[in-house]
Design a protein around this ligand. Structure first.
Ligand code: GTP
Ligand code: MG
Length: 194
C-alpha cells in the first residue's frame, strides 16, 4: 500500500462507539509510552499525525487512521500506574472491547520496548493474541537506544521470554532512526493482502 496516502479518521472513547469494521485493520497495541503513536507516524511518513508525548497515557482513545484504504488503529497504552483507577477501567474496557468485537483484524502489531524484559502485561497480551488466533507480530521499539549488539541480545532474550512459536514475526524498530520501518511496512502489506 502507499503509506504516503494517510489521514486521521476518528477517535472513539468507548468500544460501543466503534463503527462496524468493513475494511482490514492493522492495530497497534502495547504499554503506555512504548512508542505506538511514534511508530504509526513513522510508517505513515508523518511527523505529528498521531500525537506523541513523553508522558505515558497520551493516547486515551482508539484512533483510526486511513492508510490507502486500510484502517490503522492506534490503541491506548496499557499498564500506566499513574492513571486514575476510573481511567484504567475505561482503557481496559476499550482495549478488550475492541479485541472482543467481530472485526477484520488483518494484523495486530504488539509493541515491546527492546530495553526491558517484557512486563506481565506484555506477556499477557502476547498470550491473548496467540491463544485467540489473532494474526500478530511483535515490534520491538526504541532500538536506537541500544548498540546493535545489545539490541540483538535483547531481541533474543525477549523472544525467549515471550515463548511464542517461531513463525510469529519479530521486527526490531526505531521511530527515531527508521530501523526496521520498511521491514514492518512489507510485513503489514503481506498480511493486508491475504
Ligand atoms: P501512549 O499513547 O501513552 O500509550 O504512548 P505511545 O505508545 O503512543 O508512545 P509515544 O509514541 O507517544 O512515545 C512515547 C515517548 O517515547 C515519546 O517521548 C517518544 O518520542 C519516544 N519514542 C517513541 N519511539 C521512539 C524510538 O524509536 N526511539 C526513541 N529514542 N524514542 C522513542
Ligand atoms: Mg500513543
Amino acid at each position: 500500500m502507499n503509506y504516503h496516502i494517510a489521514s486521521f479518521k476518528a477517535a472513539y472513547g468507548t468500544s460501543s462507539q466503534l463503527p462496524e469494521s468493513t475494511r482490514p485493520e492493522v492495530s497497534f497495541a502495547g504499554r503506555s509510552n512504548v512508542g505506538k503513536s511514534s511508530l504509526l507516524n513513522k510508517l505513515m511518513y508523518r511527523k505529528g499525525l498521531a500525537k506523541v508525548s513523553q508522558t505515558p497515557g497520551k493516547t486515551a482513545t482508539i484512533n483510526f487512521y486511513d492508510v490507502d484504504g486500510t484502517d490503522f488503529v492506534d490503541l491506548p497504552g496499557y499498564g500506566y500506574a499513574k492513571v486514575a483507577k476510573s481511567e484504567k477501567g475505561r482503557w481496559s474496557e476499550l482495549i478488550e472491547g475492541y479485541f472482543n468485537q467481530d472485526r477484520r483484524f488483518a494484523l495486530v502489531v504488539s509493541l515491546v520496548d527492546i530495553r526491558h524484559d517484557p512486563s506481565a502485561l506484555d506477556m499477557h497480551m502476547a498470550k491473548f493474541l496467540w491463544e485467540n488466533d489473532f494474526p500478530f507480530a511483535i515490534a520491538l521499539t526504541k532500538a536506537d537506544k541500544l548498540s546493535k549488539q545489545a539490541a540483538g541480545k535483547q531481541a533474543s532474550a525477549i523472544r525467549k521470554k515471550l515463548d511464542l512459536p517461531k513463525d510469529i514475526p519479530f521486527v526490531v524498530t526505531s521511530s527515531s532512526n527508521g530501523t526496521g520501518v520498511n521491514e514492518l511496512r512489507r510485513l503489514i502489506d503481506s498480511y493486508v493482502a491475504e
